[in-house]
Ligand binder design. Sequence first.
Ligand code: ATP
Ligand code: MG
Length: 431
Amino acid sequence: MAKITQPKIIPRPEHAVSRDNIDDTALKVLYRLHKAGYRAMLVGGGVRDLLLGHAPKDFDIATDALPEDVKKLFSNSRLIGRRFRLAHVFFGRDIIEVATFRASQVDENKNDIEVDRAHDDSGRILRDNVYGQLEDDVWRRDFTVNALYYDIADFSIVDYTSAMDDIKNKVLQLIGDPQTRYREDPVRMLRAIRFAAKLGFTIHHDSEQPIFELGHLLADIPPARLYDEVLKLFHSGQGVVSLQLLRKYDLLQYLFKSADDALKQGNEQFETFIHLALESTDKRINQGKPVTPAFLFAAMLWAAVDKLSEDLKQSGEPGTIAMQNASSMVLSQQVRTITIPKRFSMVARDIWQMQHRFKFRHGRRAKSLLMHKKFRAAYDFMCIRSKAGEVNDDSCEWWTRIQTLGPQEQDILLKPAKAKARKKKTASKDK
Ligand code: ATP
Ligand code: MG
């Protein structure tokens, strides 16, 4: 894509971005920067989503004010970031991110920009604080549709990369040479998939081809960053499509190796299970219900945990211990790739451990299962396994019904099997 130095300016009457749809907090920040004499633009997902008629997840602001200037202007702000220095402006629980325009290449002709850039041997950007102007900032953004700027000075949109055409044609394409851009930051491959899934866009041929060759670069991405990215991929409401695309581009192996192996080995039951699990998460998200990363990790790692715990059982370990050991082994392997915060891995363990307890329907064991803090997640998980053909009794139906009953009726149903048998005997004697 050739660099266009003259942008297209789309005046307010010719585009669909309205201040009515921009959060008041973002508008406040834009206006204050503008009044202080700085350029103040909404950029990225906010502009893209508003043009597509979606509700933006957050509003990102770009400005020519340096981070320190932003900090001075907003007492409710903090500077963050090592790789990129950004200002976060706080409004209660809302955070508006304000980034200073940055250049994508060191411009030898400019002496007014601070140079603070570093690459590693594979071309990856390690630090990137080369400040510049709007016309520099455009080229370091990832996709054309993420490089549209809404100017608070006159409410126009500034388009350097023919992004408006890509929005219209629903095409995702990288700015610049795709190989170079993926090498600079391999996470862009995952972002391509995420945006394609979330927006229903197709990835431009030139931007999709290098993914097949460069996927392995994801192996060097820090686990904490992959954790953030994985949640965005699977908690976007389009998790099913995200998985399809990860498999299409053969990237699943760099996120969840064991799940990828199971799918590649033709484990159809797991394939159905993971599809149903993601479908149920998508449904919850699209209905505005809460979801937990614990469920996602529990599902993604289930094939490995299930297989390993069976193997350990075969070799003589008691069921509960086998499951505990399998869980620990699979989790410790997985966290080398993706960070899993303890509070979520604990819940994933609970979900797995509870799976073999659904067959006990009487007495204290059953009662304590029903009362377990994570019963609901484990039950959902079991019902999905059941739908995938993994549970060969009516556990899903039985545990569904018991939840519809009041406490007394539940107690009757959960009575110890022996007591029930005794009662039956006495009743027949009395006859
Ligand atoms: P959403 O917030 O809906 O997930 P977004 O496009 O706003 O999508 P963010 O991660 O919030 O994504 O980033 C804001 C903007 O910053 C992007 O639109 C893009 O212009 C730029 N950006 C983010 N990450 C990268 C990256 N890895 N490489 C280049 N530009 C990036
Ligand atoms: Mg954003």
